[in-house]
Each structure stands twice: as structure tokens, then as C-alpha cells.
Write a protein that binds this ligand. Structure first.
Ligand code: AMP
Length: 127
């Protein structure tokens, strides 16, 4: 089911299960604020997901309800992930899908970190 952007948090979503250790993941980085792991279906030479540890559905939910400490910790973790993966020199893209038009599949806030080579246009023309 697509995520509407208005859904309440679902504790059975796949990233909640990953955070509880019920589903394995290929961890890149972890600290108090965030977990980063390789996307199971990579769309770039490097494709990592960074998720906060708290229960937030989307970027707006996170920005609205998370503490300043959680927000700062999350974005610092994103930067650390990029550095750890050696993406800083070549550059990378951060993306977050929100709701139906963006195709959000997992209702736990996450950012995609893409890199490892030229990434092409930011948005593909609609067919
Ligand atoms: P989004 O469409 O922005 O919600 O992105 C969800 C992402 O989660 C997709 O890129 C999926 O490939 C990825 N994904 C789904 N299940 C897993 C999993 N178990 N481990 C790693 N990545 C996953």
C-alpha cells in the first residue's frame, strides 16, 4: 500500500522491524540518533538509507515532532555516513519521498543517500 503522508505510525513497518533487530540489514553506521544501512534494491552504485531511531512517518512528521537533539543527531549521522562511504569528494544526492506522488513505500522517515558515480537528472521526465 502506498503511504499517504497522513498515516499514523505503524509499528509493523519494515524499518521498525529492522530497528528492533527482527529483520537483518547491512549496517553502514549507527549511533543514538540514527541507523544507516544499504538499500536492498540499490538504484545507484552506492544507495544507503538513513533512518532516525524514533517513530516518525515522514520528513514533516520528523521535523514537527522530534526533539532538537534528535533532529541534529539525525542530520549529523547523514553527514557521517557520506564521509564514511567516501562520497564527499565525488558528491552525492540526498532524497526523501513523502506520500503518494513521491512513491513513498515505507512509512518510517528515511533519507536515501545516492552516490558512487554520476547520478543523472534529479527527476526523470514522466512517461
Ligand atoms: P521509499 O520508496 O522512499 O519509501 O523507499 C523505501 C526503500 O526501502 C526502497 O528503496 C526499498 O528498496 C528499500 N527497502 C525495503 N525493504 C528493505 C530492507 N529490508 N532492507 C533495505 N532496504 C529496504
Amino acid at each position: 500500500m502506498p503511504v499517504t503522508g497522513l498515516d499514523p505510525y505503524d509499528d509493523q513497518n519494515i524499518f521498525a522491524k529492522i530497528l528492533r533487530g527482527e529483520i537483518p540489514n547491512k549496517t553502514v553506521y549507527e549511533d543514538d540518533a540514527a541507523l544507516a544501512f544499504h538499500d536492498i534494491a540499490p538504484q545507484a552504485p552506492v544507495h544507503v538509507l538513513v533512518i532516525p531511531k524514533g517513530r516518525y512517518v515522514s520528513a514533516v512528521d520528523f521535523a514537527g515532532r522530534a526533539s532538537d537533539r534528535e533532529i541534529a543527531g539525525f542530520w549529523r549521522a547523514v553527514g557521517r555516513v557520506a564521509a564514511k562511504l567516501g562520497l564527499e569528494e565525488g558528491g552525492y544526492r540526498i532524497l526523501s519521498n513523502h506520500g503518494i506522488h513521491a512513491g513513498q513505500e515505507v512509512p518510517h522517515f528515511h533519507v536515501h543517500v545516492f552516490g558512487g558515480g554520476p547520478l543523472g537528472r534529479m527527476i526523470q521526465p514522466r512517461s
